[in-house]
Design a protein around this ligand. Structure first.
Ligand SMILES: [Zn+2]
Length: 58
């Protein structure tokens, strides 16, 4: 992953930055990303479901 401090590219599993030693482990960021993605999926599914219900009614 990319270091947020010095923009150095590091291995995905790296715990600290190769260049500046910045801690790369940010579980909150990953969790937030997952929550955001899941929210988008639910919204899309909700819209899709509503559209299908409307089409069936007609
Ligand atoms: Zn760095």
């Amino acid at each position: 992953m990319k270091c947020p401090k010095c923009k150095q590219m590091n291995k995905e599993e790296a715990k600290t930055c190769n260049n500046c030693g910045f801690e790369l482990r940010m579980p909150m960021l990953t969790w937030k990303w997952h929550a955001k993605t899941l929210a988008i999926i639910y919204v899309v599914l909700g819209i899709f479901y509503a559209l299908i219900r409307l089409l069936i009614k007609e």
